[in-house]
Design a binder for this molecule. Structure first.
Ligand code: GDP
Length: 324
């Protein structure tokens, strides 16, 4: 059966907090037509548990369970476990709420039983009532390493324990070369019935690059033959939250939408920038759409999702005309 392009699947590449906000809006508009491919290179072992910060942020956000004030973790959280582990001299630098802990314990148990990250994420998503399909980019171990002038740091040491303070000289994704793209990701990118691909406004260096490092993914994105649209994580030249701006400065990349466009290069067909950055957008070599991109509530997430989808559809129509 032929599916009109505008009713097809949408694949979104996504990191943690910034990406999950747009994924929430996309899920409201698309429901089960949305496939979210998620970074897992900031996963780590802590207190004997397998922790997946970006996957869990997406699970909690799309399940409507996230804490909106704190910006991470679950709402209605309590901290008895943290208090108790501190009391007995355990490590307290990475906060684990009591409810959150259940997810890490269960995931660790199932991984030890030989199940894949994909299977586990899909089951939990179903239990949370999530309609979108969630895919860790790979089920193989990939780990982000941040190279600073003094040492090489495991990602969560850099991000949480050292609060992103050390200067970044380089970023590496250990294990990426031999990682296998998850089958679900490959299937979601089959061109039949695919509408577009969206790169969420996640940190390009720490959240999207490790996804793109999975062997075969860039090729599969290109082969899909649909518009690829990125959303800039910069709003009026600043990162909304987190170290994106700081890392760009340290890597001597100007904090502009032009740099975001250049970072993705010919992988993308269009870039959505904030209305506060339009002055810059005029000079970009990629198609640009300006929209309010600051997502502060459900409405602004849904509004941005609609804007991005309309832009991608317009790009597809233009491409069709050109090939006629
Ligand atoms: P992390 O893994 O939790 O750091 O999350 P991400 O990489 O997905 O998101 C971090 C990025 O999201 C930062 O660069 C922020 O600037 C960006 N971000 C957060 N909220 C928003 C928003 O409302 N709009 C836009 N455009 N970017 C946002």
């Amino acid at each position: 059966m032929h599916i009109p392009r505008e009713e097809g699947r949408v694949v979104a590449l996504c990191g943690g907090v910034g990406g999950a906000k747009l994924a929430f809006g996309l899920q409201k508009v698309l429901g089960s037509k949305l496939h979210v491919v998620i970074n897992m290179a900031d996963d780590f072992e802590h207190l004997g548990l397998h922790i997946s910060p970006d996957l869990d942020t997406v699970l909690y956000t799309l399940g409507g369970l996230n804490d909106r004030q704190r910006g991470w973790g679950r709402a209605d959280e309590s901290w008895n476990f943290m208090e108790a582990i501190g009391q007995i001299g355990g490590e307290t630098w990475f906060a684990l709420g009591d409810r959150d802990l259940a997810l890490h314990v269960e995931r660790t148990r199932r991984l030890a039983n030989g199940e894949s990250l994909t299977q586990i994420v899909q089951d939990i998503a179903r239990n949370f009532g999530i309609t979108a399909h969630l895919w860790p980019v790979t089920d193989d171990p990939v780990r982000t390493v941040v190279v600073t002038p003094e040492e090489e740091l495991a990602f969560q040491r850099y991000f949480v324990a050292l609060r992103c303070e050390p200067a970044v000289r380089a970023i590496r994704f250990d294990g990426a070369e031999s990682a296998r793209l998850a089958k679900g990701v490959r299937d979601a990118l089959q061109s039949e019935g695919l509408r577009m691909i969206i790169i969420c406004p996640s940190n390009p260096f720490l959240s999207i690059d490790p996804i793109l490092a999975a062997p075969g993914l860039r090729e599969a994105l290109r082969a899909a033959d649909v518009p690829i649209v990125a959303v800039s994580p910069l709003v009026a030249g600043q990162a909304v939250k987190g170290p994106t701006r700081k890392i760009m400065d340290e890597l001597q990349v100007e904090a502009t939408t032009a740099s975001i466009a250049a970072h993705y290069g010919d992988l993308i067909d269009g870039l959505v920038i904030d209305v506060g950055d339009v002055a810059e957008g005029a000079a970009l070599s990629v198609a640009v759409h300006a929209a309010p991109t600051l997502m502060t509530d459900d409405e602004s997430k849904i509004e941005l999702a609609r804007n991005v989808l309309a832009f991608g559809d317009a790009l597809a129509r233009t491409a069709r005309k050109e090939t006629r």
